[in-house]
Design a protein around this ligand. Structure first.
Ligand SMILES: Nc1ncnc2c1ncn2[C@@H]1O[C@H](COP(=O)(O)OP(=O)(O)OP(=O)(O)O)[C@@H](O)[C@H]1O
Ligand SMILES: [Mg+2]
Length: 305
């Protein structure tokens, strides 16, 4: 199987409103594929179509080789799905929740005990199997919900904002688990609003207004999305000089970052002129992912696909 997920012009409308607009994407097996974009961009709607929960209005696609319109039952059997509102039963214990989901996914009886033990260990809940789920704090609940989603050892798992509302330490632990899953061959699709998490992804798809605006590795996005050459300058009295620097014909943008100035030049060939003008040495830097996403979100329409 070349791709774990492959879609062509996948579209979902609600009435006359198009929530997901001709989404074409390919996800390779074992990849961590991040979905990033503003609120209402269509991320959850896209995931629900890929999981076979929501029917596309038009377009085609396969998940794990199965058609996402005609073979949704085959898809549902083979994937794990975790939504932002972790669907755990608060009045069940840790172990009872895991057993419940194992039953839902028809985990073979003879494997049940071992799988439960494995998921409890993964979630860091060993010794707390009989505790009521309601008593767990956010990070543990989240890892238990992941355990429930992957107790059937799915080939692919969809995680829709799995880390909202948990602490940075829990988020870090969670992504450690995700990375181990992917290293063992599980394909992971995850949506997030956290840039540090986006950095862990092999590929990031940025969607806005239902459309795919960019998809690439984090490094390539930083190199390619913001057109121009970004440099920093250590310049005494930077604040007073920002006005004149901004006016230079080859400067696209100039911003203050603490004691430094970030200057976006049209091309690296303008560094010498900037050095001449300011008397400071321009040092090339990469934009942050946050810079990239803000730039993408500002663009009104997607480049022609
Ligand atoms: N069942 C529905 N009926 C009508 N509109 C819907 C329905 N589901 C989603 N939408 C609309 O589709 C758009 C995309 O919603 P979606 O939940 O996919 O966005 P999202 O990218 O997941 O946002 P967030 O980051 O806030 O989770 C929104 O404008 C939403 O209001
Ligand atoms: Mg969403």
């Amino acid at each position: 199987m070349e791709y774990a997920v492959s879609t062509r012009e996948l579209t979902r409308a609600f009435g006359s409103f198009v929530a997901v607009d001709r989404l074409t994407l390919n996800i390779r097996p074992g990849e961590i594929y991040g979905f990033v974009g503003p609120n209402g961009a269509g991320k959850s709607t896209a995931i629900r179509m890929l999981c076979g929960i929501l029917e596309p209005t038009s377009g085609t696609g396969t998940v794990l080789g199965y058609d996402l319109v005609r073979e949704t039952e085959e898809i549902k059997k083979r994937i794990g799905y975790m939504s932002q509102k972790f669907s755990l039963y608060e009045d069940l214990t840790v172990e009872e929740n895991l057993r419940f989901y194992a039953g839902l996914y028809s985990v073979p009886r003879r494997e049940l005990k071992e799988r439960v033990r494995e998921m409890v260990a993964m979630a860091g809940l060993t010794g707390r199997e009989q505790e009521l789920t309601a008593n767990l704090s956010g990070g543990w609940k989240q890892r238990l919900a992941l355990g429930c989603a992957i107790i059937s050892r799915p080939a692919m798992v969809f995680l829709d904002e799995p880390t909202s509302g948990v602490s940075p330490i829990s988020r870090r632990m969670f992504f450690g688990i995700i990375q181990r899953l992917a290293a063992a061959g599980t394909t992971v699709m995850v949506t997030t609003h956290f840039m540090d998490e986006a950095e862990y992804c092999d590929q990031i798809a940025f969607i806005s207004g239902g459309r795919l605006m960019a998809v690439d590795t984090p490094d390539n996005l930083k190199k390619n999305v913001i057109g121009g050459d970004l440099v920093e300058l250590e310049l005494p009295g930077a604040m007073d000089r920002i006005g004149e620097i901004e006016k230079l014909p080859y400067v696209k943008e100039c911003t203050v970052h603490g004691p430094l100035l970030h200057v976006l030049l049209e091309s690296p060939s303008h560094r010498a002129a900037l050095r001449e003008f300011t008397g400071a040495e321009p040092r090339p830097i990469l934009p942050s992912l946050e810079d990239v996403f803000i730039a993408l979100a500002r663009r009104k329409s997607a480049p022609d696909a």
